[in-house]
Design a protein around this ligand. Structure first.
Ligand SMILES: [Zn+2]
Ligand SMILES: [Zn+2]
Length: 177
């Protein structure tokens, strides 16, 4: 998305409202960005400093890291930069401090790359369908309630019960005699 800042640079306006659809292209692994990503915010000239403040809302679809159920949500990313006209800062410094500055080139601002990167970096490492998701049983694959242990798997016999079982077996054998 190219934003025309020439009127702001000429001092004709001091404020530009931002309100447009965006398409963050690179989604983290296993995540799909669904329709309707949107950015709202403003660009303001506050006495020589041009400041961009915006919020991107990015709907997504993925799956729970524990139970693999589908998870959908809207990621909100705060996107703020100080905008500097071409030539004010060296290209090297612009690159090093890309999370703080963004260059205005030929009166235009292109936020796509920086915005996509922010969205990518802000995305949660692990999605969960709920914070206490019980996940899946590692034996039968059944979805478990929070803190539930599945009874499908053979339980280890408590040593005390094992002893009792032996005694009972002895009894049985005595009876048979
Ligand atoms: Zn889950
Ligand atoms: Zn199970």
């Amino acid at each position: 998305m190219l934003i025309d800042l020439s009127a702001l640079l000429r001092g004709e306006v001091t404020d530009i409202a931002l309100d447009f659809d965006i398409t963050p292209e690179e989604a983290p692994y296993g995540i799909e960005f669904t329709e309707g990503a949107h950015l709202t915010g403003r660009i303001e000239d506050t006495g020589g400093y041009i400041r961009l403040t915006a919020v991107a809302k990015v709907p997504y679809r993925g799956e729970c890291a524990r139970c693999l159920d589908p998870v959908t949500g809207v990621l909100e990313v705060n996107f703020e930069r100080t905008l500097v006209p071409e030539g004010v800062m060296s290209e090297e410094r612009l690159e090093e401090e890309a999370d703080e500055y963004l260059a205005i080139r030929r009166g235009m601002l292109d936020i796509d790359e920086a915005l996509c990167e922010s969205v990518f970096l802000e995305f949660p490492q692990r999605l969960l369908c709920s914070p206490d998701c019980g996940g899946l049983c590692s034996v039968c694959g059944r979805k478990l309630a929070p803190n539930e242990t599945c009874d499908c798997s053979p339980k280890e016999i408590d040593p005390r019960w094992a002893k009792l079982r032996e005694l009972l077996r002895d009894d049985e054998s005595t009876d048979e005699e």
